[in-house]
Write a protein that binds this ligand. Structure first.
Ligand code: HEC
Ligand code: HEC
Length: 325
């Protein structure tokens, strides 16, 4: 993806094909011009009337082209040849100036990136909580979020089916600044195998047991039948259903559901399995943008403070009260 200075042609053939077409085009234009300018009217000869007469008296004659017109065409051909010497266009020949659209785009991008780095400089060395407390940084983070993240997580980070809500203070993969930054920089892939509770009925029983663990409305008879089958789940989601944030095993007893918390949705999760994919961003966006985005997302729903709390302003300290999971 880096060296576009060379040719984009897939085979030599296209280079020769384009070059030949170009040469033929130029030679043909020269020949046409010449053929139209060399014939002169002999002394006393009348120009021939070429076509029917239009609009009463409009006639087409075969007079030679005016000189200035002809020279303009020659000048254009010279311009074309000079252009093809300087710039890419003649097959795979790159031109003496070495210009390329890729290089131009890259120079522009480098300039914008350098500008961004300058604006970012003061935030880079600050920890995420300090960045999250800065209104200007939050605004920049929000703009980045709209560009890179909203298509999956929604414009306010509220998520949707299969895409976690980032605006609450419940986290699938942990809510400390480091957890959030790691989710964004490295991506997250949670995979839950399907079919572990047997058929649809078995899954429905376990789903009711899961709801009972969370103290939510459920069918007691089905839940009792599902209790034993839940043993297959406990390894990942825990005996108590609280999951394990750090490993990406979601809490099943809070109110945060990635795929929905109704009996139907939970049953579907169990029958089919689930595989969410959060694409890693570090390589695509760079450290500076990931840092800003992490601060923005961490502050969105009130992130979890790290074990040894650093001083935060009152408002976010309140929002960052220990999360349920
Ligand atoms: C292609 C869709 C998609 C895009 C784009 C995307 N995400 Fe995600 N994101 C997901 C999915 C799906 C998950 C849940 C992963 C899982 O279930 O394993 C997730 C998880 C997360 C988490 C962890 C949430 C938690 O509860 O622990 C964070 C933080 C996050 N995304 C932030 C972002 C940010 C910031 C961006 C923009 C740079 C972004 N995401 C872009 C789909 C996406
Ligand atoms: C190997 C570990 C593992 C086992 C075993 C497992 N799960 Fe999961 N489960 C996961 C992971 C990881 C996810 C998150 C998937 C994602 O991010 O897309 C998940 C997601 C879920 C969800 C969706 C949660 C939501 O927020 O919508 C439910 C419900 C669920 N599991 C229930 C169960 C039940 C019930 C069992 C036992 C029959 C079970 N799981 C067994 C790892 C596991």
């Amino acid at each position: 993806m880096t060296d576009f200075a060379g040719s984009d042609f897939l085979s030599e053939f296209w280079h020769y094909y384009i070059a030949a077409l170009t040469v033929i085009g130029i030679v043909f234009s020269l020949w046409l011009l010449k053929s139209q300018t060399t014939q002169k009217l002999a002394e006393g000869e009348q120009a021939e009337v070429m076509a029917p007469t239009w609009d009463g008296d409009l006639q087409e004659l075969n007079n030679p082209l005016p000189r200035w017109w002809m020279w303009m065409f020659y000048a254009l051909i010279v311009f074309g040849i000079v252009y093809l010497v300087l710039y890419p266009g003649f097959g795979k020949y790159a031109g003496t100036l070495g210009w390329s659209s890729y290089q131009e785009w890259k120079d522009d991008k480098d300039a914008v990136d350098a500008e961004f780095e300058k604006v970012m400089a003061p935030f880079k060395s600050q920890d995420l909580m300090a960045v999250a407390a800065d209104p200007k940084a939050r605004e920049m983070g929000q703009n980045l979020f709209m560009t890179y993240c909203s298509q999956c997580h929604g414009s306010g980070g509220q998520g949707g089916k299969g895409f976690p809500n980032l605006a609450d203070n419940l986290w699938l993969f942990g809510g400390t600044p480091d957890d959030v930054k790691s989710s964004i920089a490295n991506g997250r892939v949670g995979e839950m195998p399907g079919g572990m509770a047997g058929d649809e009925r078995g899954a429905r029983e376990v789903a009711n047991y899961v709801l009972s663990l969370g103290g939510k409305p459920h069918d007691a008879a089905l839940a009792a039948a599902g209790k034993e089958k839940y043993a297959a789940c406990a390894g990942c989601h825990g005996e108590d259903g609280k999951g394990m944030n750090a490993a990406g095993f979601p809490n099943l007893v809070d109110d945060a559901w990635q795929y929905g918390g109704s009996v139907e949705a939970i049953t579907e999760s169990i029958v089919k399995g689930r595989k969410g994919g959060m694409p890693a961003q570090l390589e695509a966006l760079g450290e500076a943008k990931v840092h800003l985005l992490s601060a923005y997302v961490w502050g969105l729903g009130g992130g979890v403070k790290p074990a040894a709390p650093a001083p935060v302003e009152a408002a976010s300290a309140e929002a960052a009260a220990p999360a349920a999971n």
